[in-house]
Design a protein around this ligand. Structure first.
Ligand code: ZN
Length: 1029
């Protein structure tokens, strides 16, 4: 094919270069000053400030808390004083860190002032048998020489004033190792150093030597004149001030307009992962659990809620109009689980569950829209309590919808916080099923966290898949039970398993358990791998352990580790014990041995099944799945897994035997499976797609499966139909399978209207992008429309809302493809809706919100300058959150002059590049092969502006380049990309970092080279060259 010819020779012209070294010298945005004060914990020019010597002083702090307030409540309450805690907590209030050495007896050795980095790691992580296998950055960890037992936190947020917060913190600590220093966290706050006080249990004041503030590590290091002995307890206290933030990264403020038209302020928190240190000085690591007494001062007309129920309210001395709410002593919690809300929000009571009070909070006028949540939560709650066999330990649970639009939610213990008001609100008249599913999934996820994350907390961020993976798994399970018609397990396969397969297969993400310090890193504790791979491998364990054994093992784990922290090894231990007891795993195997291959390695395997000539046996092999194919990976990863093989055959067609396992060991290159049926009957592996792996077969078995789908696809379980489609497509894209086999199989499903039809279409976007600028595109489009037409017809758009499964949630996607692939009815409807909008711009609500992107893009792509100009005028007027929708749609134009004008007007006018806008625009342009070169040309000609603006966020440079070139698939284009980067990126590290940009085009070129002729021939042979088909 002509596009495979060689490109021009390499010549460099421009002089602007970019290097990682240069970029890294730019100032970091997080170092900006916020509240400069004399002894602030905010960074200034010096990374470390040493204050001292500090003498004990009797003068109280200059805070809004009066002396009486402080004196009356500063006594540390013992566990026995509370009658709220379950009995077993009071017996063992705070665990010792897993793996930490037992507290050593006092030593006569000289005390060294600082623990070493390795010492810190050893203390925190133990001997390596239970802790983080690869370690975290030890210098960022607390030294582990003391542990907190109980905090008293008092906060007075002036939310209707200057948004400052006056605070006081007192913590009882136990010394684990002799020390002359105490290190704790603090960030973005101003601590009154004269208020810092350390008192022994015999009330004797300990003299402080100095206080070191380390801004980089966010540490406050208190140096003492004397040595603290192990096993002794002390009270550390101090006062502090800070301002409420504007975003949920600590204590923050938001507001809403109430029914009287007045602004009403709300103070709230998001302290995960590392923002508790911005709300109060503390030992801010998840493994350091303690109990908390929270006191919140508020103005009388407002209300305050926290993790625990209100204990009492008292007037604040000397401050007219203010009262102090004191909350019951908490169960042992990690610092990130602390939360409070001060507001004028209202609430609805839910049906009581046992003696637990559940309330749903929102703006008073929006409470009627929380009735679905109000009805759903008690049902989910009951299911989780019954299944897990461990009662929810708190007397209450509040679920709060804050008046903000941050797309997050958080599971604070006893106080679930949702930061996006639009998600929880549900209007039966206008909300979509997709919205309802999203809402329910979010609530179920946060509820499940009350056990996984709160009751049992991962010891360190490395193991947060134990929190997020289980919360996701139990959300699916609870909704499968509570809303059975939603088919949540099938949805999980589509939206979780297949999605994470696509990402994990690129080998861009680290393994599930990673050596990681910074939990805010997008590839860190809260990546899609943590959530989606976590949920997927938990489902796999359920498959091979059996439901009964899995459940008992989980219950045993929860009961053993409740109110404590845990590592993956703890989970493996309990599951192994149960599996051996039940005989679901042989005694010579352990869950840890199997699962380490899934949690410590990147990617996942593809299992190849090749049957013997008579069909009755099969040779089974495993290898790492490479989504990009083998050509761009010189470093061959020799990964192998313990793979739970399950299978059935045409004669049996029993898809329920997910627990009937043949293990393929990580030491085995191949195994032979016997007793299979004769060669004229198919076999299928990975029943119900419970295993986290793909399956490939010999061509003959693929043919048998294709015939079965064509004759009667219902013989195969729907989950395995979905698996076949996703596997065959992705094996084809990876170069593991001929596209002739791929196209035969998906063509056999062209008359189906259920889930597998949806999966077929969702897998064709890459092919569409590759082929849309080639001579065979018209034929390919006919093939696409033949697959899509039954699905589209099944939506029943002319008869109101779609009804069948697969369409009720996914229907916006089907409509998007129909319009993009040129379905005449879809295009006509979109154009008509747009015409109406142009006539009556203020009445855009007639177009369902979920269809707006499709309507706008289709009308602009198929229209002319008038349609584009109308959208441009709307873009200019639109409120901030609407603008992006128009930006994306404006990039759909197929007119090259308009495209040039668009990019010049939006990105090309200033010396500054709005990065988010640039991403929307360039991605939108490049989604159509005609638009790709426009984005690429812009980036080339504005390279200096791009690199100067983006600075040290060089990740964005890579993303922008990948977006701009994603449709490039000729050798000429590959050489141009390579040449440009060779000329403009000079250092080795950056070149390596940007290598995926060139690799992407190289992969596309190889894909075309391998498949173009095969696809072209197949389309001809199957009648798609006939225009009348
Ligand atoms: Zn979560």
């Amino acid at each position: 094919m002509a596009s495979l010819s060689a490109g021009p020779s390499l010549t460099c012209s421009a002089a602007v270069t970019v290097t990682l070294a240069a970029l890294s010298m730019l100032p970091h945005s997080h170092l900006s000053l916020a509240v400069p004060t004399e002894h602030s914990w905010l960074p200034d020019d010096e990374p470390v400030t040493i204050l001292g010597p500090v003498q004990p002083q009797d003068s109280e702090v200059d805070a809004k808390w009066t002396r009486n307030d402080l004196n009356s409540t500063s006594k540390i309450k013992t566990q026995a004083e509370t009658n709220l805690l379950p009995e077993d907590i009071t017996k063992n209030p705070v665990e010792r860190d897993p793996g930490a050495s037992p507290a050593t007896p006092p030593s006569t050795d000289e005390v060294t002032e600082d623990t070493t980095e390795q010492g810190a790691k050893d203390t925190q992580e133990g001997n390596g048998t239970q802790g983080d296998p690869a370690g975290s950055n030890p210098e960022m960890r607390l030294p582990g020489n003391v542990k907190p037992l109980h905090y008293v936190i008092k906060l007075q947020p002036f939310i209707n004033g200057n948004t400052s917060v006056h605070g006081f913190m007192e913590v009882e600590i136990e010394v684990l190792e002799r020390t002359q220093t105490i290190t704790l966290h603090g960030d973005k706050m101003d601590c009154d150093m004269n208020s810092v006080k350390l008192v022994a249990s015999d009330k004797k004041r300990i003299v402080l030597d100095s206080i070191v503030i380390d801004y980089r590590q966010q540490f406050m290091v208190i140096r003492l004149n004397s040595t603290l002995e192990a096993n002794r307890r002390y009270n550390l206290s101090m006062s502090f001030n800070y301002y409420l933030l504007e975003e949920p990264k600590g204590a923050f403020k938001t507001q809403f307009t109430n029914s009287a038209g007045m602004l009403s302020a709300v103070a709230s928190t998001l302290l995960q992962p590392v923002y508790a240190r911005r709300a109060f000085p503390c030992f801010d690591e998840p493994g350091l659990k303690a109990t908390f007494d929270i006191h919140i001062a508020r103005e009388k007309h407002m209300s305050a809620i926290s993790n625990m129920p209100l204990l009492d309210t008292t007037p604040m001395e000397g401050q007219e109009g203010w009262v102090v709410d004191r909350f019951n002593t908490s169960v042992p919690m990690s610092t990130y689980q602390v939360a409070f809300v001060v507001s004028e929000l209202g609430y609805l009571n839910c049906t009581m569950q046992r003696d637990v009070q559940i309330r749903v909070w929102a703006r008073p006028e929006l409470l009627p829209l929380t009735t679905y949540a109000q009805a759903l939560v008690p049902r989910l709650f009951k299911f989780l309590e019954d299944y897990l066999g461990v009662p929810y330990p708190l007397p209450k649970l509040d679920i709060v919808t804050l008046p903000s639009s941050f797309p997050i939610a958080f599971e604070a213990w006893g106080l679930i916080l949702n930061y996006d008001e639009n998600v929880i609100l549900y209007d039966a008249e206008t909300s979509t099923q997709e919205h309802k599913t999203k809402l329910a999934t979010l609530l179920a996820h946060e509820l499940a966290h009350q056990w996984f994350g709160n009751l049992v907390t991962p010891f360190w961020w490395t193991d947060f898949w134990l929190s997020e993976g289980f919360a996701s798994y139990f959300a699916t399970l609870a909704l499968r039970e509570v809303e059975p018609s939603w088919k949540m397990e099938e949805r999980m396969i589509l939206k979780t398993l297949h999605e994470v397969f696509r990402h994990d297969g690129l080998l861009n993400h680290p393994a599930l358990r990673i050596p990681m310090f910074n939990p805010s890193d997008p590839h860190g504790a809260f990546s899609r791998i943590t959530y989606q791979k976590g949920e997927s491998i938990i489902r796999m364990m359920n498959g091979f352990l059996t439901e009964d054994s899995f459940r008992k093992g989980i219950v045993s784990f929860l009961r053993a580790k409740k109110y404590k922290t845990a590592t993956s090894d703890d989970l493996w231990h309990h599951l192994t014990l149960q599996a051996h007891l039940d005989g679901t795993l042989s005694r010579d195997m352990s869950v840890k041995g199997l699962m380490n291959t899934w949690t410590l390695q990147v990617g996942y395997p593809v299992v190849k099944v090749v049957r013997s000539p008579d069909g009755t046996s099969a040779n089974v092999t495993q290898k790492l799945y490479l989504a990009r194919g083998p050509f761009d990976r010189n470093d061959t990863l020799d990964h192998k897994w313990w793979i739970p093989l399950t299978y059935t055959s045409q004669g049996e067609a029993d898809f329920s035997r997910t627990h009937d396992i043949t293990w393929m060991k990580d030491s085995e290159d191949s195994i032979t499976i016997t007793n299979l049926p004769p060669k004229d009957q198919w076999v299928i592996f990975n029943l119900q797609e419970t295993g986290y792996y793909r399956v490939n077969y010999d061509d003959h078995n693929w043919d048998l499966l294709t015939q079965q789908l064509k004759n009667d696809h219902r013989v195969i379980d729907v989950k395995n139909q979905v698996q076949l489609v996703d596997d065959v497509m992705n094996l084809g894209v990876a170069g593991d399978l001929s596209f002739r086999v791929v196209l035969d199989l998906i063509n056999s499903l062209k008359n189906t209207t259920d889930l597998n039809g949806f999966v077929v279409i969702s897998n064709l976007e890459y092919m569409n992008l590759m082929l849309s600028s080639t001579p065979i595109y018209e034929k390919f489009q006919r093939f696409l429309l033949s697959l899509l037409a039954p699905l589209y017809a099944n939506l029943g758009l002319s008869n109101g809302a779609p009804s069948t499964f697969g369409s009720h949630v996914e229907y916006p996607e089907v409509v998007r493809w129909a319009c993009e692939f040129g379905h005449p009815d879809c295009i006509a409807r979109a154009k008509s809706a747009y015409k109406q909008l142009m006539k009556d711009p203020e009445n855009s609500s007639r177009i369902p919100e979920v269809l707006k992107p499709t309507v706008l893009c289709t009308a602009i792509a198929r229209g002319g300058p008038n349609e584009w100009a109308f959208a441009w005028s709307r873009y200019l007027k639109a409120p901030e959150k609407e603008k992006q929708k128009y930006l994306v749609a404006l990039g759909c134009t197929r007119d090259s002059l308009i495209r040039d004008q668009f990019i010049t007007e939006t990105l090309g006018k200033s010396h500054y590049l709005p990065i988010t806008d640039a991403m929307y625009i360039i991605n939108s342009l490049s989604s159509h092969p005609l638009g790709g070169p426009t984005g690429w040309t812009f980036l080339q000609s504005h390279w200096d502006v791009v690199t100067n603006t983006i600075g040290d966020q060089y990740y964005f440079i890579k993303v922008l380049l990948e977006m701009a070139t994603k449709s490039f698939n000729t050798e000429e284009q590959r050489l141009k990309v390579q040449e440009f980067l060779q000329c403009h990126v000079i250092d080795e590290a950056t070149t390596r970092f940007l290598k995926p940009v060139v690799s992407q085009t190289a992969r596309n070129v190889a894909w075309m080279h391998r498949n173009y002729e095969v696809i072209s021939q197949w389309l001809d042979e199957n009648g798609f060259s006939d225009i009348n088909i």
